[in-house]
Design a protein around this ligand. Structure first.
Ligand SMILES: NC(=O)c1ccc[n+]([C@@H]2O[C@H](COP(=O)([O-])OP(=O)(O)OC[C@H]3O[C@@H](n4cnc5c(N)ncnc54)[C@H](OP(=O)(O)O)[C@@H]3O)[C@@H](O)[C@H]2O)c1
Length: 262
């Protein structure tokens, strides 16, 4: 069977590693991002595979670009078996300092943009049948965290929207799976936005000590073989998700202690 996938945020980090990983099992992968050069690099990294890797320019902060990308994909393939909503923009700023523009931008990229793209690709996912939407969420999609207010809110919003979509689209053969990611060694903190929308530019200790993007991609591929609605990926930081659910008093004790250092 020839499988068709779409991966957003494929120009770096987790999306890039996942593209390489899935290029061995998918016949066509549409890889999306804002920088053609970086997407080309991802494509080159898949040269040992037989998959057709097609770079697609996509800016999730621009509705016209989202429409254009979706049309481009739909014109080439009427069936999509996998959509990985992976692109994302993190944040490093206090609520009291963060401008409304930055908040709106993070919500557009991390939430509304993903919703808009998914709705445009829904007919192709329905047509494929037995298809899947992956959502790259975060442990801060499960709890709030200092300096991440809007980022955390955008990831929480993804859970509400895409869980609803899972219920609605089950009869059409679409399954939604959440990847609740802890710390992965990527440039997510370097690329994060500050209060005024500048690039943060620093590698956080958390990311530096995280699992590799390649290890993360392997776990995502394994998740694709299962029907678990949520899959936790990362290291010991994932315990905080379990604590919040089963031992909330412990979660708040640790989180409040950590927050004192911010
Ligand atoms: N690394 C972690 O520790 C961690 C933890 C939890 C969750 N996550 C999530 O994992 C996902 C991937 O992040 P990463 O760690 O791989 O970081 P990354 O290396 O910074 O990758 C982010 C990706 O998102 C794309 N992107 C950013 N803004 C975009 C926009 N306006 N339009 C389209 N694409 C855009 C980037 O592509 P271009 O810049 O080329 O457009 C890039 O490919 C994100 O959703 C992030 O929130 C990461």
């Amino acid at each position: 069977m020839s499988l068709v996938g779409v991966i957003t945020g494929a120009s770096s980090g987790i999306g890039q590693a996942l593209t390489v990983q899935l290029s061995n099992s998918y016949s066509t992968l549409y890889i999306c991002g804002r920088k053609l050069k970086s997407l080309q690099l991802t494509k080159d990294m898949c040269s040992a595979s037989k998959a057709e890797i097609i770079p697609i320019l996509l800016d999730l902060n621009d509705k016209v670009s989202i429409k254009k990308a979706a049309v481009e994909i739909a014109e080439k393939d009427s069936k999509i078996h996998l959509l990985v909503n992976n692109a994302g923009q993190s944040q490093r700023s206090l609520v009291k300092d963060t401008s409304e523009e930055v908040e709106a931008m993070i919500m557009q990229i991390n939430y509304f943009g993903q919703v808009q793209l998914t709705k445009l690709l829904l007919p192709a996912l329905q047509k494929a049948g037995n298809s899947r939407i992956l959502i790259t969420s975060s442990i801060v999609g499960k709890f709030g965290y200092p300096l991440r207010s809007t980022y955390s809110a955008s990831k929480h919003a993804l859970h509400g929207f895409f869980e609803s979509l899972r219920f609605e689209e089950k009869k059409n053969g679409i399954f939604v799976q959440f990847l609740v990611i802890g710390r992965v060694q990527t440039n997510v903190s370097v690329n994060a936005l500050t209060a005024e929308g500048e690039t943060y530019g620093k590698m956080d200790k958390g990311q530096a000590g995280g699992i590799s993007a390649e290890a993360c991609a392997k776990k995502i591929e394994a998740a694709l073989q299962s029907n678990r609605k949520e899959v936790l990926i990362g290291g010991k930081e994932l315990l905080m998700v379990k604590f919040k659910k089963y031992l909330p008093f412990l979660f708040y004790k640790i989180a409040e202690k950590e927050s004192n250092h911010v």
